[in-house]
Design a protein around this ligand. Structure first.
Ligand SMILES: NC(=O)c1ccc[n+]([C@@H]2O[C@H](COP(=O)([O-])OP(=O)(O)OC[C@H]3O[C@@H](n4cnc5c(N)ncnc54)[C@H](O)[C@@H]3O)[C@@H](O)[C@H]2O)c1
Length: 387
């Protein structure tokens, strides 16, 4: 801390830093409490491009050098999905608290390594799962967990990006080819459905499709559907894709329905009642993501990383414990990663049809899969109990 401000570093200066992180650091109510002291990217050209927007921050091409030299207590990690783990573990070893983009990582073994190390060293690892900060999800969670609708029976959710995201030069790195709709989109909804319902996954079977995205030069799935059984017997279906044709009603189309014993909920989080016809086409605008009040930005895009940094400030005053704040020690990240990797495992163990364009997965038991990945002793604290 310098004075009352948390000094922190930022690793990875890609697309999402411009969309959410820089507005969060410089144009929100959080700005008074934080100071971006160092920025790091492998690309010197990207550092040169963004340095003028990060006044006072030293520039680095090596995250370990920044951790050693920038005089920081925390770091925000916004590297591609596959490049989170090493930097998170190095940050913990350097005594830093961490905010990391979703997904925490792409392997369950790495997620357990991170949670165990964070718990052992007493350092926070907060995952930027911003769907948790969308006011409609917060209100729905209160009603579901408050028993308003009775037992959750089935849920169906979808999150679909326009094909310009994986194939249109959206990313500053090779993220799209090394990720998939499961990791870029699915983890958002795996997490928020756990958050809203309090239910945990016990089994999954997935199907996936490879057509248009590989045809446009990026070798990953177009679309994945994952059918989970949850630990109260509920059935949750997740449909994620990033092959919507150009001209979709929004860059991201999303929503959910829940069928419960005493109620039914239909949540359209694409169309928030604002249809906009402009040079960009006929699009839905989502003010909950980002809007201004006076000079400050608000909205879940900035509130999620901002609240992560505020948790770190609180923790440095009065340390949190993994028992009272399990998600601040990355437990939510671990379960989203476990769900994502179980989907990958289902597809790997299945069969292909239509010359490999369609994959029909096998059924995977989540507790057995976790145990296979990390061994019985390390799996034990994280095993899911059945209601
Ligand atoms: N919360 C959200 O809704 C949301 C939205 C978009 C992206 N994301 C996540 O944010 C992360 C970044 O996404 P993006 O769209 O900004 O990606 P991007 O490809 O545009 O940028 C990634 C940046 O990280 C840099 N980088 C890669 N490895 C590095 C390393 N070892 N050290 C330093 N820099 C390194 C690259 O040079 C690049 O500038 C991903 O994990 C993604 O899933 C989250």
């Amino acid at each position: 801390m310098s004075g009352d401000k948390l000094r922190f570093g930022l690793v990875g200066l890609g697309k999402f830093v411009e969309i959410a992180h820089l507005p969060c650091y410089y144009e929100t109510a959080y700005s008074d409490h934080i100071e971006l002291a160092g920025i790091c990217d492998l690309s010197q050209a990207r550092l040169d491009e963004l340095a003028p927007r990060c006044p006072g921050a030293e520039t680095y091409t090596d995250h370990k050098k920044m951790f050693a030299e920038a005089g920081i207590d925390a770091v925000v990690i916004v590297t591609p999905d596959h490049a989170h783990t090493r930097i998170v573990l190095d940050a913990l070893d350097a005594g830093l608290d961490v905010v990391v983009e979703k997904p925490l990582c792409m392997l369950t073994t790495e997620a357990v390594d991170i949670v165990e190390k964070a718990r052992k060293l007493g350092r926070l690892v907060v995952v930027d799962f911003h769907k948790r900060f969308d006011p409609v999800h917060l209100a729905l969670r209160e009603r579901v967990l408050g028993g308003h609708y009775g037992a959750v029976q089935t849920a169906y959710s979808w999150m679909q990006d326009e094909i310009t995201v994986p194939c249109g030069g959206f990313f500053k790195s090779d993220l799209a080819a090394k990720s998939s709709p499961v990791w870029f989109l699915g983890v958002h909804f795996f997490d928020v459905m756990r958050f809203i319902t309090g239910l945990e996954p016990i089994e999954v079977r997935a199907t996936a499709y490879k057509d248009e995205v590989p045809a446009q030069g990026v070798d990953t799935y177009d679309a994945v559907k994952a059918d989970f059984i949850m630990n109260n017997g509920a059935s949750f279906t997740f449909v994620v894709s990033w092959n919507l044709p150009k001209g979709a009603p929004a860059l991201t189309v999303q929503g959910m329905t829940l069928q419960c014993a005493k109620g039914h909920i239909a949540l359209d989080t694409t169309d928030r009642g604002w249809r906009d016809l402009s040079s960009e086409g006929n699009r839905c605008i989502n003010p909950n993501f980002l809007h201004r009040l006076g000079k400050n930005y608000r909205g879940y895009a900035v509130e999620s990383p901002g609240e992560g940094l505020m948790e770190i400030i609180e923790h440095r005053k009065t340390p949190f414990s993994p028992k009272t704040h399990p998600d601040s020690f990355a437990l939510n990240g671990l379960y989203a990663t476990l769900m994502g990797q179980a989907v990958d495992a289902s597809l790997a163990a299945g069969t292909t049809m239509r010359d490999g364009h369609a994959l029909v997965g096998a059924t995977i038991n989540i507790n057995d899969f976790l145990t296979e990945q990390v061994g019985a002793d390390r799996a034990k604290p994280f095993l899911i109990s059945i209601e």
